[in-house]
Design a protein. Structure first.
Length: 182
């Protein structure tokens, strides 16, 4: 993941990052990442839970969406207390497909949030914890490359919620996928 983050950030900064947008179900992508990171969460004593009312279709690059989930969930696990739960959520809002990851962990100050969005930047709560400081910077770049947004809501000692809005997939693009699944 660290190598992918470094390469993707370098490509994005050089305007060479190529996305291949297609309909991507954010809920299914989240379930896949939960399976992938279950052992990491277990070792940290953290539970992972998905909130989604069904399929949530974004028009996005599937690999980028997976990397967004991976970075956000890995961070949430790393900064959460044993016995807590990290919540992944996928939902539709207006013309956006939205994913979010919420933890009740260390949280960040406003200055830490700004710093964490810079490549290799880490907030004060990162002292002593391993990491490159690339995760949130990569999430932000991927959101922007999709024409989306990132919103970080955090309070020191209370936790963090990172919300990423991506373009919704058109109904005409989703229907053939649903027909094929049946």
């Amino acid at each position: 993941l660290m190598v992918d983050d470094m390469l993707d950030l370098a490509k994005a900064d050089a305007d060479r990052q190529r996305l291949e947008p297609e309909p991507v179900d954010l809920a299914a992508s989240a379930q896949s990442v939960i399976r992938q990171l279950e052992n990491q969460a277990e070792r940290a004593g953290v539970k992972l839970r998905l909130k989604a009312g069904g399929e949530v279709w974004a028009q996005a690059d599937a690999r980028a969406v997976r990397q967004i989930w991976q970075n956000l969930v890995s961070n949430a696990i790393k900064y959460s207390e044993r016995g807590s739960t990290v919540v992944l959520e996928a939902m539709e809002e207006a013309n956006a497909a939205v994913l979010s990851v919420t933890d009740k962990g260390a949280g960040m100050s406003e200055d830490d949030v700004r710093l964490a969005l810079e490549p290799f930047g880490q907030g004060g709560n990162a002292r002593g914890l391993p990491g490159t400081g690339l995760g949130l910077a990569v999430v932000q770049r991927f959101a922007e490359l999709h024409g989306g947004l990132i919103d970080i809501q955090s309070k020191l000692g209370k936790g963090t919620r990172v919300i990423v809005s991506l373009p919704r997939a058109a109904e005409d693009d989703i229907a053939p996928l649903e027909d094929a699944a049946q």
